[in-house]
Design a protein around this ligand. Sequence first.
Ligand code: 1CP
Length: 344
Amino acid sequence: MPDTSASPFLRACRREPVPHTPVWFMRQAGRSLPEYRALRAGIPMLAACRTPDLVVEITLQPVRRHGVDAAILFSDIVVPLKAIGVDLDIKPGVGPVIAQPIRSREGLEVLRPLEPPDGAAVAEAVRSTVAELGATPLIGFAGAPFTLASYLVEGGPSRGHERTKALMYGDPDLWHDLLGRLAVIAGAFLRIQVEAGACAVQLFDSWAGALSEVDYRRYVLPHSATVLASVADLGVPRIHFGVGTGELLAAMAEAGADVVGVDFRVPLDEAARRVGPGCALQGNLDPAVTFAPWPAVEEQTRQVLDRGAGLAGHIFNLGHGVLPETDPDVLARIVDLVHEVSAR
Ligand code: 1CP
């Protein structure tokens, strides 16, 4: 397996000195790239995720095109749920849709543990991708229990997470059983990726920002902590990210993160104050900034770097995923600018 341990990305995760600030973009693999759309034409999303050759190629596309410092595996947070037999699909333009939303104890039965054979296609894709990537590190990922629960309970994407919260407040025993099962599945999915060669993991709790800190700590944190603890022995950096989580940053660090992902609403120096010592930070350019004229993009990128300059351990990223209509050339220019401005 190629040695990536001295890469700027992994050094920054470990809060070691770096030759330049490393940069990658959440959701860099896919949607905004024409070569991705060409490759995916006529192939459903979940079928693509089960085809190792496609996964390798799609994962590598943004690395070649943008020169980012890390790759993220082309997959989705619902892939392990599909692998254990949950009846779901990823609908174009919508996202994950669940045939039978889980709202009762009987519904939990489908959530059995994820076994290594369920992850065979993912493991094969990771092994081949790592071999192709050479010195560029590969990030594996999973959806955090709360974010997965939201899709399973709502039946699909949701703005307000009303049914999820109704279950959480109304039947805490069922809720904790549900999140406990999802934590085991997410932990196993991360382990499969790391054992196949991924050298960092990111736990996406995209929708955790819908909760107050008190409720996050009571209903969610213990389960995300289970996921992060379950891969602690593997020795890879663990990144913990959510959107709108300014009030949750300290709690998300406490859950067991080595790197906390920060969305664009809280500047990095303030995020560092909230997170406390010991964690690196990842973020946090507003993804919508990429639609502005270049001088504005440059100014905003420099501002993020300025706010992160005092940190031991900053990984430049967007504050959420690349938007589908983003001009890929702007992303490549941001990578160059970050490397140039931060060169030490
Ligand atoms: O480049 C990469 O980041 C790798 C690929 C990747 C990742 C990390 C995909 C491919 N999905 C994800 C994670 C993911 N999936 C998250 C966490 C990150 C985030 O917050 O953006 C979430 C919430 C999902 C769920 C999901 N899957 C959505 C969002 C729906 C909603 O609730 O708003 C969508 C649209 C999908 C489908 C999907 N996943 C990935 C792609 C390329 C697509 C589009 C597929 C298609 O329609 O063809």
